[in-house]
Design a protein around this ligand. Structure first.
Ligand code: IPM
Ligand code: MN
Length: 334
């Protein structure tokens, strides 16, 4: 994924010009674990801090090491660098089949609160290994955290179709999501041009399948955003298509760019993974770094490649990662 993305970034750099990317790569994850017994060095945050941006392929090999160990640095990174705004666009593409009956194009963005909520490392287990084992895992939702992600989402909606749907579950989770509801109600009048709506997470999963074309910006907590962004990958054809960014909008820390999907161990090493999500995450990175033209050139090249029938098995084709990458590179134009 990373090699494919770098090839496309290089192509965009050549075609558009005016900027120069330099890279440093790290073998964190299983390769690092095999050599050093840990998935990342202890000072990984310090090592990443000076960069302008961080690009992540995919990590995780659950048959060898439990994911909650392998993925700990990723979650730490999101929280330590205050990468609170995770945006995960999902859209349909001409030429790419999707599982829904409707032909209405889908074009939405899931905004995921990425710094707190259900992902806070807070809890414990007692009586481990006994029949009386008890696990407690506490979610933390702060007014500040909710307010800033909602404002970010309202601002994003302003640049799009001006619709915001907030995901809640205040009918059962009587504290956290009641606070989300309250903050939304307070902020909505400050954004008169935005049509605001809210849905409980269970209803949202139904409506995203029934009428996905009606959604524009969909904002939710860390866990809700995680769950919905797999769903939006599924309904638009494949999780292999969906990019994401983990932003610190204040730019106090480097932001992180990665595909929504994971490491897909079932097809690892076969050379058939769809590089689209990763390549589009590269475009989001260029956009964030101010190289808008280059980002647009990549997005257009991906569209052209997909429309021209470049497809990996996840979207019904026979092409491999390398062929798709070449097709995208060929379409990158000023
Ligand atoms: C994601 C992933 C991660 C998450 C996992 C791998 C910890 O599913 O980025 O969506 O839950 O955030
Ligand atoms: Mn996920």
């Amino acid at each position: 994924m990373v090699d494919a993305t770098v090839a496309v970034l290089e192509a965009a750099q050549k075609a558009i010009g005016g900027f120069q990317l330099s890279y440093e790569s790290f073998d964190w994850g299983m390769p690092h674990y095999d050599k050093h017994g840990k998935v990342a060095p202890d000072n990984f945050l310090e090592l990443l801090r000076p960069f302008d941006a961080i690009f992540l392929g995919a990590v995780g090999w659950p048959a060898r090491l439990p994911d909650h160990i392998t993925l700990t640095p990723l979650i730490k990174l999101r929280q330590a660098f205050d990468l609170y705004a995770c945006t995960r666009p999902a859209r349909t593409y001409p030429g790419v089949p999707h599982p829904l009956r409707s032909d209405q194009p889908i074009d939405l963005v899931v905004v995921r609160e990425n710094s707190e909520g259900e992902y806070i490392d807070n809890g414990g287990i007692v009586s481990t290994g006994t029949p009386h084992e008890v696990a407690v895992q506490t979610a933390v939702h702060t007014r500040r955290g909710i307010e800033r992600i909602l404002r970010f989402s309202f601002d994003l909606a302003k640049t799009r179709r001006k619709k915001l749907t907030m995901i809640t579950k205040s009918n059962a989770q009587r504290y956290a999501y009641v606070l989300w509801d309250r903050v939304l109600a307070e902020l909505a009048p400050q954004y008169p041009g935005i049509a605001v709506d809210k849905l409980h997470i269970d209803a949202a999963t139904l409506e995203l399948v029934r009428r996905p074309h009606t959604f524009d910006v969909v904002v939710g907590s860390n866990l809700f955003g995680d769950i919905l962004s797999d769903l939006t990958g599924g309904i638009t054809g494949s999780l292999g298509l969906n990019p994401s960014c983990n932003l610190n909008p204040e730019r106090k820390f480097p932001s992180l760019f990665e595909p929504v999907h994971g490491s897909a161990p079932d097809i690892a090493g076969k050379g058939i993974a769809n590089p689209t999500a990763s390549i589009l995450s590269g475009a989001m990175m260029l956009d964030w770094l101010g190289e808008k033209k280059a980002a647009t050139a990549i997005n257009k090249a991906v569209e052209a490649a997909l429309a021209g029938g470049a497809s990996t098995p996840d979207i019904g084709g026979k092409a491999n990662t390398k062929q798709i990458t070449e097709a995208v590179v060929k379409h990158v134009k000023a």
